[in-house]
Design a protein around this ligand. Structure first.
Ligand code: PAF
Length: 285
């Protein structure tokens, strides 16, 4: 029988285990996920292992962060396989609550982050970040880890989480995990599984085009011209639509005109019904 990481399903059982570890003086880490684990998630488990003694991986496909017509029902649910994959990592425990455990009868509270959520993913997916902020707040308070890690793949999500954790004085260190890429450079994502072979080949050009943008901008190109050129190249490469290609300040996510502080290009392009996200650092010159 293949080994599998044990799971608890209730907040009570999660807290009992975390309290037991803390009584032993162990540091606890949390890796929040929606399951369908790929090597990007596993890299987060390995990265947080450097800071903690025990690791909880939560698996919960959070309904409140999916909009109307999005893929909540179709989102892959693969808990048995996920727990087997985690057996090859330093993960200690899976927390896999059901919807009723996470959102109890009468649930009526939402965490909203102003400003940062107005643009990019917030504009394309109204209500998405309220769902993320609310479930992540709950997960952090349910587990009360010392450290929690989130991938830089969802760069705006990481910025939003850092904002409310600071604003609400949640006593957890937030760590960013490096974006993990497939062999052709496509950012690892559970949604890549939705791409057919032809779409997958097109998807591999996303990071190449963004790398060209970063090189052009680093060589002094005008930022708006470089964004437009990248967007045109994505459409020529076969992407159906480009939601945005934007160069922003790496911390505030404000659109900038010059690279004087660390910057980031954030981009979303669509192939078929799949929205692909990517982002890359642009160093200050
Ligand atoms: O990034 C994700 O997988 C989700 O948005 C998260 C942080 C687990 C919250 O549901």
């Amino acid at each position: 029988m293949t080994a599998s990481v044990p799971a608890v399903r209730t907040v009570e059982d999660l807290r009992a285990q975390v309290h037991a570890w803390k009584r032993e003086g162990l540091r606890v880490g949390l890796v929040p996920t929606m399951g369908a684990l790929h090597h990007g998630h596993l890299s987060l488990v390995n990265a947080i292992a450097e800071k903690v003694d025990r690791i909880v991986v939560s698996i919960f496909v959070n309904p409140t962060q999916f909009g109307e017509g999005e893929d909540f029902d179709a989102y892959p649910r693969t808990e048995a396989e996920d727990r087997k994959k985690l057996a090859d990592t330093p993960a200690s425990l899976v927390f896999a609550p059901n919807g009723a455990e996470m959102y109890r009868t009468g649930h009526a509270s939402t965490v909203t982050v102003a400003g940062l959520t107005d643009r990019f993913e917030g504009a394309s997916r109204p209500g998405h970040f309220d769902g993320v902020a609310t479930v992540v707040t709950k997960l952090l308070l349910q587990c009360l880890p010392d450290v929690a890690i989130f991938g830089e793949k969802d760069y705006q999500q990481l910025a939003v989480i850092r904002r409310f954790v600071a604003d609400l004085d949640i006593p957890v260190e937030i760590m960013g995990g490096a974006l993990i890429r497939e062999s052709d450079g496509l950012a690892a994502s559970s949604r890549n599984a939705y791409l057919n072979a032809e779409e997958r080949a097109i998807a591999g050009k996303f990071n190449v085009i963004l790398k060209e943008l970063v090189a052009d901008v680093s060589a002094g190109a005008d930022l708006r011209t470089a964004e437009q050129a990248a967007s045109d190249k994505l459409l020529e490469a076969g992407f159906k639509a480009v939601d945005y290609v934007s160069i922003v300040d790496a911390n505030s996510l404000e659109i900038i005109d010059k690279i004087t502080t660390p910057a980031r290009v954030l981009a979303v392009a669509r192939i078929g019904s799949v929205r692909l996200l990517d982002n890359m650092a642009i160093e200050a010159r």
